[in-house]
Design a protein around this ligand. Structure first.
Ligand code: ZN
Length: 262
């Protein structure tokens, strides 16, 4: 069983949709475990960021119901199972009734100490019963606070599960910026080595169809699905020096992805 840790409802299909499709096509069980999938508090905290995003998403005062449904759709297209933890997205997290992250600078800044104390996942066991053969976590490209928290969970699991292969995936679309990838690699205490996975045409189609399920999220980065398709393929080709690829990183000196296809 392969488990992909995701900060938000969409990160894994956006970043790893090709590999997820390959794994399930080969008969593997894949779980996409999204941590920040919980409902917002009621009443909603006062925050210009919440007002702006709710306006953009058009899913009402609790957009998470619709967003979890989008995620079920995407996981189904990839042949994977979606699991959701009840942690609210960082825009909804508070100290008392005051929002912790109220603008873009805060969203891509450092994790608030109050936040880390409250949502300390680092010692949390993985909520899956079967034996995990491989774990995937975000690399933290883009430096979003939720991505940093789940990256750190992945790192903590490499310590508590020394025999479990752990891969860190580059988050699309943040990985369009090569400097952001380099900066994310710098955050890791260990040297990281890349694994390049070639993604074929069927896998790209599955990935794009899965991403298209996240209707409320597309407009944040792209003007249309056509633009997204062009941008995604271009980014995957640039990383692969013309061949479309997904790139994963491992803490150096460990064995290679069994699913590698060259
Ligand atoms: Zn995300």
């Amino acid at each position: 069983m392969h488990v992909f840790l995701s900060p938000h409802l969409d990160d894994v299909p956006l970043s790893c949709g090709g590999l997820v499709h390959r794994l399930t096509h080969d008969g593997e069980t894949v779980i996409i475990l999204t941590a920040m999938a919980g409902d917002p508090p009621t009443p909603l905290p006062q925050s210009p960021l919440i007002a702006e995003l709710h306006q953009r998403w058009q899913l009402g005062d609790n957009p998470m119901v619709g967003r979890r449904a989008e995620d079920e759709c995407a996981a189904q297209r990839l042949g994977a199972r979606a699991m959701h933890l009840p942690i609210p997205d960082c825009i909804y997290r508070t100290v008392g009734t005051k929002a912790l992250y109220t603008d873009a600078d805060a969203l891509f800044g450092n994790i608030s100490p109050a936040d880390r104390a409250h949502w300390n996942l680092l010692s949390a066991p993985l909520p899956v019963e079967d034996v995990i053969s491989c774990l995937y976590a975000p690399l933290g490209v883009g430096h979003h606070v939720d991505h940093q928290i789940i990256r750190d969970w992945g790192l903590a699991l490499t310590d508590t599960h020394p025999n479990l292969p752990v891969y860190f995936y580059e988050e699309y679309p943040y990985n369009r910026n090569q400097e952001a990838v380099v900066a994310a690699l710098d955050f890791h205490p260990n040297t990281m080595s890349p694994e390049i996975i070639m993604i074929d045409a069927d896998e790209i189609d599955a990935k794009l169809e899965a991403i298209a399920c996240y209707q409320s999220q597309i407009s944040t980065f792209w003007s249309s699905i056509t633009e997204l398709r062009h941008d995604l393929i271009h980014t995957m080709q640039r990383i692969g020096s013309s061949q479309p690829v997904e790139r994963y990183w491992r803490i150096a000196d460990t064995h290679q992805l069994e699913t590698r296809k060259n």
